[in-house]
Design a protein around this ligand. Structure first.
Ligand code: PLP
Length: 376
């Protein structure tokens, strides 16, 4: 059996959890949370990084910080996870879905201008597979129209765009530490506050709308309810687990990149034969090997391949069902223009098994099975 994903453990997770236990500080913002926040600030250059219980929570915080009001429009791709849209819909926002580029499968920045209306408040680029959107183009459009850029960098930790870490380029960015991502905590996430003007309110929103953080720093003599907010913190047990992963983030990324390169080389002849397309990484991007996907000729070919691989104990999976045509997407959002590439990619994309520890034998077995079906 070759599973699709297998969480990687560094071996120190339990040791740090035991320390959190000994510290007897189990709620949020203890020493492990501070270590994780500090590490994120150091690697991204963010003004402030705040651990959250998920990337979904970080996106919800971003929607609150952006002051999204009912009817406000948020430009985003349709080829993404539901949380990208939900976070804004919860505030009454209207996702305006824009098609993706056929090369990176990221939002097509050349379509954004035309999708802007007087109600547009924000752009939410999603860095699919840890490969950057064209952030220079997106930031220029945002500046011209006075829009906030919130990067959904759920898959983007340790990736860069022209040398800049993903999540650190827009005013706000969101990371995920879900079990299926590169650096994991089971469930976890972080909000990167790159524009200092959001920092104080971000802490308040994350602490149930109270000024608890100012109180602990001695800036106010009692803490009180000052704004809307919720509980977006992670507990220390989760932060302790995550700290073990962060310590090895570079090694984990290197191991993943080696697996990615091995797949990429092994699949090159099949691309040359014209039976599939491999991922395209623009020169401006250093990616983090979040996933390895292939694009097949048609939905039928993909279904056949999934079934054939399954017979051989290999678990390969498709990805997003477009949001613009989903029941909630139709109710709460709207598509701008055609969604030709989104729909085509959604039908044809197949993600191959990918996890630290996947062997070259496993990869060759997977590639061999693909070859037997596509080039009989
Ligand atoms: C995983 C993911 C999320 C959600 O992350 P959680 O930590 O599970 O909330 C959001 N957006 C994208 C693009 C993702 O891949």
């Amino acid at each position: 059996m070759i599973p699709f994903n297998k969480p990687y453990m560094t071996g120190r997770e339990l040791w740090y959890i035991a320390q959190a236990h000994t510290n007897s500080h189990l709620s949020g913002d203890g020493s492990f949370t501070r270590k994780c926040n500090g590490w994120l600030e150091a690697i991204t250059g963010a003004h402030k990084a705040l651990l959250t219980h998920s990337c979904t929570a970080a996106l919800e915080m971003a929607a609150l910080l952006a002051n999204i009001q009912p009817g406000d429009e948020i430009i985003m791709p349709s080829y993404t996870f539901v949380s990208t849209a939900n976070a804004f819909v919860l505030r009454g926002g209207v996702p305006v879905f824009v098609d993706v580029r056929p090369d990176t499968l990221n939002i097509d920045e050349t379509l954004i201008n035309a999708a802007i209306t007087p109600r547009t408040k924000a752009i939410v680029p999603v860095h699919y597979a840890g490969v950057a959107c064209d952030m220079d183009a997106i930031m220029i459009i945002a500046r011209q129209h006075n829009l906030i850029v919130i990067e959904d960098a759920a898959q983007g930790i340790m990736s860069t765009y022209k040398g800049r870490p993903l999540g650190s380029i827009g005013q706000l960015g969101a990371y995920s530490f879900h079990e299926t991502k590169n650096i994991i905590a089971g469930e976890g996430g972080a909000l990167l506050v790159n524009d200092a003007c959001f920092a104080e309110r971000a802490e308040v929103i994350r602490e149930k709308g109270t000024n608890r953080n100012l109180f602990f720093r001695g800036h106010v003599d009692k803490y009180t309810w000052v704004d809307i907010g919720s509980s977006y913190l992670t507990g220390e047990v989760v932060a302790a687990f995550l700290w073990a992963q962060m310590e090895e983030a570079e090694a984990i990324t290197e191991k993943r990149l080696a697996i990615w390169e091995f797949y990429h080389a092994a699949l090159a002849p099949l691309e040359t034969a014209g039976v599939l397309r491999r991922p395209i990484i623009p020169d401006s991007c250093q990616h983090n090997a979040h996933m390895y996907y292939i694009l097949l000729e048609s939905l039928e070919k993909r279904s056949e391949l999934i079934a054939r691989l399954k017979e051989q104990g290999i678990n390969a999976v498709f990805h997003y069902v477009p949001l613009h045509s989903s029941p909630a997407g139709r109710r709460h959002g709207r598509a701008f223009g055609t969604m030709i590439h989104t729909e085509s990619v959604s039908d044809r994309l197949l993600r191959l098994p990918f996890w630290v520890g996947l062997s070259e034998t496993d990869i060759m077995q997977t590639v061999g099975a693909i070859e037997r079906l596509l080039c009989p």
